[in-house]
Ligand binder design. Sequence first.
Ligand code: 1PR
Length: 536
Amino acid sequence: VDDDSVVTLLDYGAGNVRSVRNAIRFLGFDIKDVQTPEDIMNAKRLIFPGVGAFAAAMDVLNKKEMAEVLCAYIKQDRPFLGICLGLQLLFESSEENGPVKGLGLIPGVVGRFDSSNGFRVPHIGWNALQITKDSQILDDIGSRHVYFVHSYRAMPSDDNRDWISSTCNYGENFIASVRRGNIHAVQFHPEKSGDVGLSILRRFLDPKCEITKKPPVHRKASKLAKRVIACLDVRTNDKGDLVVTKGDQYNVREHTKENEVRNLGKPVDLAGQYYLDGADEVSFLNITGFRDFPLGDLPMLQVLRYTSENVFVPSTVGGGIRDFTDGTGRYYSSLEVASEYFRSGADKVSIGSDAVYAAEEYSKTGVKTGKSSLEQISKVYGNQAVVVSIDPRRVYLKDPDDVEFKAVRVRNPGPNGEEYAWYQCTVNGGREGRPIGAYELAKAVEDLGAGEILLNCIDCDGQGKGFDIDLIKLISDAVSIPVIASSGAGAVEHFSEVFFETNTSAALAAGIFHRKEVAIQSVKEHLLKAGIEIRM
Ligand code: 1PR
């Protein structure tokens, strides 16, 4: 039997559990991996961070003869914590590519969120919980938010009511956590929920730890919080160092004689600082990934590894996700590139140029080939793990019928009094315009399996004059996946403006945070005062 500082981890190899590992180590515990069914029975406490699809997970558990042992362990009321899919698998079955039989320990069927009621699926982001009974590990979270990312959920019923320790409201009340005796499972991700999440894990790992016990909080159902994201555009400068840079309308070179790449700091340091400052998420964009092969760019992978050791909110990485053949003739699929990013600690990958080509093809043929990087990665890792980053440029028009792409009436007319514009997608960091609009692209990539859209705007990038509300409204009304508004933030008011005037789920900024003109905390305080639900 393991000693007190060791936690047994059931990682069946279906995906990235690096962040769970990092969080456990950060809290001072060692990890023992389950290799055989006996390891489950010998565990003193067991964490089961389910990843991937329900059917695939059940398949592996059955093949490795672990399903039965796991059931026996839980029935003996031995300390157990299931995370995300690790909660869902405890139920009787799931509708995910199914029905598929689960472990059957808790009555109920896991089903998909209903997106027809206007709620975006996947459910991505920070929500508060309604604690329904003494849950021990959730004892001091009160009304603070935790991080969810999922498309399927278990629903409360008379048959499972005595298991439920908290619910969450997202268009409907679903089960956020269960507890019976020493058995705990949570739908959200404690390892990605900042200090609140770490305290939940600590309580499970060390039940004797100091508890500032507060009575369960019965609060009104809260809405999904709007996210504030810090973005780090990363590239190698002329000296060969990986630096955080920032452009004006995508031009990252200083206006000096040397014309050097603007250097705003070190990626790992800045990401760590933004985590401490309260960023809800951190994004890295490897902005020269379109020409330099990212797996050759080992420092970038190193950045992700170091970042994930200390940053316990979600991280996204983009740049260079495409099929590639290197100088020696070795072929790498986009899926391999993405897998390496995930293995190095990213929670989501973001695809830029390659998604534009895939969307162009799909818009022309209407056929999903299954071969695009977007389709392949979302099939393996789930669409919640795939962001499409759009780099559109405004093209003014006198008449919206002048183009075959969706045009909008703009608030500020163009230089020749044009009242309309369409938003032309670009590739290769804005260097090449393509025959597809942001609207058409957004619709296409949603169909092809994107879980989220990161919506930049070249015209607004680095200008500090506010987000492009016309563009963000156009796209966030067109799709039912979450949209992240990006480019142009210059003051706290720009954040409340974009949340009041559009349906965007998150707002991202870079320059104002790097130059310390506006602190993330000030943005949050401003939004709170404005009555917008956010995570403090
Ligand atoms: O095409 O799959 O290799 O991905 C390349 C990625 O790199 C894309 O996501 C693309 O947006 C990004 N990228 C490429 N070139 C640049 C550049 O700036 N020269 N950066 C670039 C994109 C835009 C935002 C920026 C916001 C907020 N930068 O990331 O952070 O505009 O800035 P602000 O708050 O200062 O206004 P692929």
